[in-house]
Design a protein around this ligand. Sequence first.
Ligand SMILES: [Zn+2]
Ligand SMILES: [Zn+2]
Length: 344
Amino acid sequence: MLALRKIDDAEGVGLCDVAAPPPPATGEVQLRIAATGICGTDLGIASWAAGYAATMRTRLPVTLGHETVGRIVALGAEVERLALGDAVVVNPAIACGACVACAEGDPVGCLDRQAFGMVRDGAFASHVNVDARYVYRLPGSVPLELGALVEPLSIGAHALAVAGFARGDRVVVFGPGPIGQGAAVLARAMGAAEVVIVGYRDTARFDTLRGLGFDRLVDQAEAGAADRLRQLAGRGFDIAIEAAGVGAVVDQALGVLRPQGVLALAGMGEATASLDLTLVVRNRLQLRGVSRIPPTIWPQVIERLARDPAAYAPLITHRLPLAQAHDGFALARSGVASKVLLIP
Ligand SMILES: [Zn+2]
Ligand SMILES: [Zn+2]
């Protein structure tokens, strides 16, 4: 079968012909993949950013792809709550089961995660075996390809949870990429009083957001953007979500929060950030990192999708065959696309 793989310890990814997976082992299921989204992580792995090289170097070659949806085509022994034909999504954060955190009953804090699509073979292929404990059933009412959004949406949902989101909150999201867009749609669905989204020359992504009914969009490249944001902030937002991975955003986000407001940091980047210490201390602002999505988030996101699939469908803007993966990666990198799916 065709698979998109990280082949060696250098920049780039390659399309390869690999053997189909064997029958699933005990506790595993085999999926026929319907669609897999291209994530910022995949772009980072392709460009071989230092952080990815360090964790993946000894595990190559490996098939990438972790934002996936498919149907179960084979069941291993001792798999009970799933059936052949089920549409499912995969939580890629597979715990090692052997480290100190795992031994203490904290798989989310695993020190040696066996990430699906990074360390273990992932879903940029037609078939893959996966541990059934990391698989969630998608209700029939959800169009299959939307399942590929569950993983990126789970990051937005977790960011809101980490920030302590409550109905009626006013939210500002920095970075209108797939994570920021997902956080915005979820915040609105969960009863946010207002959602403002800030970008930088993100024309296409703003168009997607406008199509979804968001009209409070601030383009930092435009003259007067900072004033406009302050105006929209009024007495300050309750929550800011940083999904751009841009260090300079941190100080700006803190400046538009109300006293005791929370900045949830979900974007990773090479750049460091500076902080106005007096502002943070005086206003008792909270900065919180968003990572390690607890498994409880997954069913919540699936339930949101099932309740209103149409509100999420426009987040998928491009679909390409797996054989055109390189074009897909270029699209995802260009900022023109929101979510790009590869179809095996
Ligand atoms: Zn991802
Ligand atoms: Zn572990």
